[in-house]
Structure formats: C-alpha cells, structure tokens
Design a protein around this ligand. Structure first.
Ligand code: IMP
Length: 193
C-alpha cells in the first residue's frame, strides 16, 4: 500500500482525507513522523501555497507527501476570502470569526454564489503533481450545522438543501472540493503503481 505524509497541522483535513482514503492509501500525520512546528504558507495563490507546503515537508523528511490548500471564493466579494481564507478575520482568528466576517460582508447581497477550490500538491518519488477540486454553491444567510469545520456552516453546495456542516462526513466528502481533488490524486497513484 502507498504511504503518504499529509503536510498539514489541520486535524480536520487529516480526518477528512483519511475517511476518503479508506483502506486504499496509508495517510500519515506529521505528528506520527515526529515533525513539529508550523509549515509556512506565504504564497499569493492557492496553488503556490500547496506547492510550498508539500516542498517544505519533502525537503525536511525526504518522504512521499502531499499538501492541500483551499480557498472559499465568493463572487460578490471579488473572489475573497480566497487564498486568505485561513486568516480572513485577522491574525489569531478562529473559524467563527471568519464566518462572522464573511456574513457581515455579504449582508444585503442577493448574489450569494461561491465556490470552494482545493489544490493538492503531491510529491511522489521526487516528482511533483497538481490536482484541483472545485465545488460550486452559495453562502447562506445564517450558519447552520455542526459537522465539518471552517466555512462549512455557511456553504451550501449547489443542488443540495443542506450546508456542508449539516451533512454527515461521507456526503460532504463525496461531493466536496477536497474529495474531488483527492480522487484525482488516487487515480494517478493507481496508474503509477
Ligand atoms: P488552508 O488550506 O489551510 O489555507 O485553509 C484555509 C481555510 O479555509 C481554513 O482555515 C478553513 O477556514 C477553510 N477551509 C479549508 N477547507 C475547508 C472545508 O473543507 N470546509 C470549510 N472551510 C474550509
């Protein structure tokens, strides 16, 4: 079975990717390889951040690894928070602060269309690959649901009545940006093996 280190300190992402991987790929967390500390993400694009995080871990461990960088792009906000999704409400903010800021900025806006975009950078046997997953949807008026993380309580994927945070994990993972990017990565790994 292929083993990959997931270059993230985000335990929510780790849990989701493990649920998506099931028994097909062994996904190792940073703490399991004794890696501590923050991973820099200072690029000004989602793809740049994904590459930066994967390279950072590869250069320090030499292990096959991948990183995920995700942004919520809201049309009426000219694509914000986008690459700044993690710290949108400022340094030291939490998920609730970010959600509050987005809802405040969206107040009175009738165009609520948005998309989650996830870029995964895989470094496998020294080669670098990029995969993208996207899901369209809209920003709700109020937060709803307790599953998931981040902006999930205010994002309702198109053709669905529930926000990501109202869905059981298997439903979110089946149609999410991350789920789609990860499936592309798994297909490539299958071809390479
Ligand atoms: P990053 O990819 O670690 O930079 O994540 C950016 C931010 O986007 C995170 O801190 C979360 O707030 C948010 N985010 C990433 N993935 C998801 C998701 O699947 N659902 C909701 N919010 C997410």
């Amino acid at each position: 079975m292929v083993s990959l280190v997931f270059a993230t300190n985000n335990q929510h992402k780790l849990r989701e990717i493990r649920e998506i991987a099931g028994n097909t790929i062994n996904v190792t967390g940073l703490n399991e390889i004794g890696f501590e500390g923050d991973i820099p993400e200072t690029a000004d694009t989602i793809e740049g951040n994904a590459r930066q995080k994967a390279r950072y871990i590869f250069e320090r461990t030499g292990k096959d690894c991948f990183a995920d960088d995700t942004g919520l792009e809201i049309a009426a906000l000219d694509g914000r928070p986008g690459v700044y999704s993690a710290r949108y409400a400022g340094e030291g903010c939490n998920f609730e602060d970010n959600v509050r800021k987005v809802l405040e900025e969206m107040q009175g806006n009738t165009d609520r269309t948005a998309a989650f975009r996830c870029i995964i950078c895989l470094i496998y046997k020294g080669n670098e690959y990029i995969f993208e997953g996207r899901v369209n949807g809209e920003i709700t008026i109020d937060p709803s649901g307790t599953e998931g993380f981040g902006y999930d309580p205010v994002f309702r994927p198109e053709n669905n009545a529930q926000t990501f945070a109202e869905m059981p994990p298997y439903l979110k993972n089946g149609l999410s940006h991350r789920g789609r990017a990860v499936q592309k990565m798994f297909r490539l790994l299958n071809q390479l093996m």
